[in-house]
Structures are given as structure tokens and as C-alpha cells.
Design a protein around this ligand. Structure first.
Ligand code: ATP
Length: 179
């Protein structure tokens, strides 16, 4: 069926992302303006998802961060796509970026369906999806967060997730400002 084809296409695309993320030549000297990248992303997402309210809060004069813009965008799209996909009636999503010591902290906060504590530790596992039945109609592969985590690790960063069922989810990442 068409749905199955779409799902397989997405799977192949995700697997390509993993392969690229593991390539040793991936890391270059590129530095990215996080504020500009986030503003651009939000602007684009608002066009595709006019029924959502995306709030962006970025600190002033943030330094450029050693990460490729393409990877930064890829990570953010994974997180924002999840925040949108697993939202509930409350379609507000908060994105913040600020400096904390030598690290850039970026977080995505939604007020969506949340994740049960017993599932929380597994969401970074490849192919893991909470509640198969509910997730299936959305057609994801369960690879998004594991790809995001791999990419962030490449840049010596960390990613963590906090969630409460029925309340919402916060995904936070920390990226070093210098290598
Ligand atoms: P895709 O490969 O399309 O991203 P996916 O969203 O299922 O598929 P992940 O991004 O790895 O895969 O997420 C794994 C699981 O974690 C999801 O299936 C979902 O159950 C849960 N999850 C992730 N983000 C959120 C969120 N913001 N709110 C609620 N549940 C979430």
C-alpha cells in the first residue's frame, strides 16, 4: 500500500542518516550560528504547521558553535517533529537556546501526550517506539532520537529527556562551545 511505501522510504532515509552520522570524515571545522538557524527553522515550520504555536527564546550574542549547520538542523527537525507529532490539544512548543558556562543548552518543550517513566529510558534505542498501536498510524520508524543522539555525541554533546505522561516532554541538549 501507499502507506507502506511511505514508511519504507522514511526507513531508508533514516538508515542513510545513520550511515552518514557514523562516517569519520563527518566532523569538519564548521561553526554554526544557532540563533539564526533556529529562527529560520521556526519560520519554515510555522508555514507547514500553522495550527501550532512555536515560541523561540534565544540568548543575546550567542557564540557560534562547532557543529555543521546541516547536523544542527537535522537534530532540531527530529526533536521538533516529535514535539509536533506527539502533541495533544495544547499545541504550544517552546524552543530555547542559552549559554551555560562553556556549553550551549538547547531545549524543546512540549505539552503533549508525554512518555511513561518505564518507556523513557528506551526512547533513544533504535527502532523503539512507545505504544506500537498508537504510534503506527503516525508512520514513524523509531529512529529519530537515536540518530539525534549519535549526531550530538559526535560533537561531544549530550542529550537528555524528561517527561510526564499527559503533561509533556522536555528534550535538552548540551553542546560544547569549543572543541
Ligand atoms: P521517527 O523515526 O519518525 O522519529 P519516532 O518518532 O517513533 O519515529 P523517535 O523520534 O526515536 O522515533 O522517538 C521514539 C519514541 O519516543 C516515539 O515513538 C514516541 O513514542 C516517543 N517520543 C519521542 N518524542 C516524544 C515527545 N516529544 N512526546 C511524546 N513521546 C515522544
Amino acid at each position: 500500500s501507499l502507506q507502506e511505501v511511505t514508511r519504507l522510504k522514511k526507513l531508508i532515509n533514516d538508515l542513510l542518516h545513520i550511515t552518514r552520522a557514523e562516517h569519520p570524515r563527518l566532523i569538519n571545522e564548521e561553526k554554526t550560528d544557532i540563533s539564526e538557524t533556529l529562527h529560520q527553522l521556526v519560520k519554515n515550520l510555522e508555514i507547514v504547521h500553522p495550527d501550532y504555536n512555536l515560541f523561540l527564546e534565544v540568548g543575546q550574542r550567542l557564540p557560534k558553535i562547532p557543529i555543521s549547520r546541516q547536523h544542527m538542523e537535522q537534530i532540531m527537525i527530529i526533536l521538533l517533529d516529535n514535539a509536533i507529532q506527539y502533541s495533544s490539544n495544547n499545541k504550544e512548543i517552546w524552543i530555547t537556546a542559552m549559554l551555560e558556562g562553556e556549553e550551549m543548552i538547547i531545549s524543546v518543550v512540549d505539552s503533549g501526550i508525554g512518555i511513561r517513566s518505564e518507556d523513557l529510558a528506551k526512547v533513544f534505542n533504535r527502532f523503539y517506539r512507545v505504544d506500537q498501536a498508537r504510534s503506527r498510524e503516525n508512520g514513524g520508524t523509531g529512529l529519530g532520537l537515536s540518530i539525534a543522539q549519535r549526531l550530538i555525541k559526535k560533537y561531544n554533546g549530550t542529550i537528555s529527556i524528561e517527561s510526564q505522561e499527559g503533561v509533556g516532554t522536555t528534550v535538552k541538549m548540551a553542546l560544547p562551545c569549543s572543541i
